[in-house]
Design a protein around this ligand. Structure first.
Ligand SMILES: NC(=O)c1ccc[n+]([C@@H]2O[C@H](COP(=O)([O-])OP(=O)(O)OC[C@H]3O[C@@H](n4cnc5c(N)ncnc54)[C@H](O)[C@@H]3O)[C@@H](O)[C@H]2O)c1
Length: 347
C-alpha cells in the first residue's frame, strides 16, 4: 500500500516532532512543511522536503491527502478553513481551538466538505489509557466513586519565553496540559457534568495560572479532583510517571487513582487493590495488590497510524471534532469557574 501523503503546518516544538514521525513511519510520507516563520525552513531541510510560508501554495503544488495542524491554538480555525477548502483530512493538535465557537466552525465546515477531523489527544491511543478504560468500564472496580489526579512538575523557565504560552486563553497549564487529563477522564470515566476550580499564579507571577485545584462531577455520579502545578519539582505527573515521552525524566510513581466500590486502580503502574477474600471486606481485612501488564507503545506513532487509516476511510477518528470540542468546553469551564469563583455546569 502506498504511504499516505501528509503535510505538516506549523513546525515548532510539536510540528517538528510530527514531521519526524511522518517522514520515518512506513504508513506515511512527508510531502511538505508550511510555517509562517522563515526560520523554520531548517526543519524542512532536515527532512528534505519543500518549505512553504503559504499554505495554499503547498496544497496546490504538493497535493497531500491530509494535513497535521500544529500551529498555535488561536490559528487552528483559520488554518483548518484553508485545509477544508482544499479537501484535506486533518489531524488538529489539541485543543481543537481557543473557543467553542471556533471549534464548531471547524467541525461544521469539515463535515459539510466531507473532510475528517482527528483531534490530537494522543494519550487516548496509549495502550495504558485504553487498558485503564477497559478496567474502569468493566466489572473489576465495581462502580466508580471517585478519581484523583496529581499533575505536578517543573516547566523550565525558558518554556515561557514564547509569548502565547504566557497568555490566556491559549497558554497556561489548563489549555496546554490539563486538557489532556480532562480528555483522558472523559474517555475513561464518562462525561463531566460540573467543574469547580481555583487557581494561583504566585510562583511565576504570569497572567496564566501556575497552580490549580479542580473538583469534577461526572454524569455517573462519580467525583474527581485534580491538584496541579507546573512550578514545583515533583515526581507526580502523567508526563514523568508514564514514560510515554523519553524527553521527560522518568519517575516510578503513580499519579492517577481510580476508586471503585470493589477495587481501586493506580496508574501508570496499573496497580489493582482489592480484598484478598471478597467475603471479608472492611478496613481491618487484608487488601491484595496485583499488577496488569500493558505493552509499551508510543501513542504519537499509534495516533499517526490511526490518522493514516482515517484518511483511507478505514476507521472513523478516535477523537473526532465534536469529541475534541467537548474536551475544550470542559477546559474552558475550568477557566470560567476560576474567573467566576463558582461551579460551572456543562450543557
Ligand atoms: N499533543 C501534545 O502533547 C501537545 C504538546 C504541546 C503542544 N501541543 C499543541 O500543538 C500546537 C503547537 O504548539 P507548539 O508548542 O509546537 O507551538 P510553537 O510555538 O513551538 O510552534 C508553532 C509554530 O506554528 C507557526 N505558525 C503560527 N501561525 C501559523 C500559521 N498560520 N501557519 C503556519 N504556521 C504558523 C509558528 O511560526 C511556529 O513555528 C498547539 O496547539 C499546542 O497546544 C500539543
Amino acid at each position: 500500500m502506498e504511504p499516505v501523503r501528509l503535510a505538516v503546518v506549523g513546525a515548532g516544538l510539536v510540528g517538528s516532532k510530527h514531521a519526524r514521525l511522518v517522514s520515518s513511519e512506513p504508513a506515511s510520507s512527508l510531502v511538505g512543511i508550511c510555517d509562517v516563520d522563515s526560520r523554520r525552513k531548517s526543519v524542512a531541510e532536515r527532512f528534505d522536503v519543500p518549505f512553504y510560508q503559504d499554505l495554499e501554495a503547498l496544497l496546490a503544488e504538493r497535493n497531500p491527502e491530509g494535513a497535521i495542524i500544529a500551529t498555535p491554538n488561536g490559528t487552528h480555525s483559520a488554518v483548518a478553513e484553508v485545509c477544508t477548502r482544499n479537501g484535506m483530512d486533518m489531524l488538529i493538535e489539541k485543543p481543537i481551538a481557543n473557543s467553542v465557537g471556533e471549534a464548531r466552525q471547524i467541525v461544521q465546515s469539515a463535515e459539510a466538505a466531507g473532510c475528517q477531523v482527528l483531534v490530537g489527544h494522543h494519550r487516548r491511543h496509549n495502550p495504558l489509557i485504553q487498558e485503564a478504560r477497559s478496567i474502569v468500564q468493566g466489572d473489576t472496580l465495581g462502580r466508580l466513586v471517585a478519581v484523583s489526579i496529581t499533575w505536578a512538575l517543573l516547566k523550565p523557565a525558558d518554556w515561557y519565553e514564547v509569548d502565547w504560552r504566557c497568555r490566556r486563553p491559549s497558554g497556561g497549564p489548563v489549555m496546554v496540559n490539563l486538557i489532556h487529563e480532562l480528555d483522558v477522564l472523559r474517555f475513561i470515566c464518562g462525561e463531566i457534568r460540573q467543574v469547580y476550580a481555583q487557581s494561583g499564579s504566585s510562583a511565576r507571577g504570569l497572567e496564566v495560572e501556575d497552580s490549580l485545584s479542580i473538583t469534577l462531577s461526572f454524569d455517573s455520579g462519580a467525583l474527581g479532583s485534580i491538584l496541579a502545578s507546573d512550578a514545583t519539582p515533583s515526581p507526580w505527573s502523567y508526563e514523568l510517571t508514564s514514560g510515554e515521552n523519553p524527553y521527560y525524566f522518568h519517575t516510578t510513581e503513580n499519579s492517577y487513582y481510580f476508586l471503585g466500590t470493589q477495587a481501586s486502580l493506580a496508574l501508570p503502574k496499573m496497580e489493582l487493590w482489592q480484598y484478598a477474600d471478597p467475603a471479608r471486606a472492611g478496613w481491618q481485612h487484608p487488601l491484595e495488590q496485583s499488577r496488569r501488564k500493558v505493552a509499551k507503545a508510543d501513542p504519537l506513532v499509534l495516533q499517526l497510524e490511526h490518522f493514516c487509516r482515517v484518511v483511507r476511510r478505514e476507521e472513523p477518528p478516535l477523537v473526532d471534532g465534536r469529541d475534541g470540542t467537548r474536551s475544550l468546553a470542559v477546559a474552558l469551564a475550568v477557566l470560567e469557574s476560576i474567573d467566576r469563583k463558582a461551579p460551572v455546569e456543562l450543557a
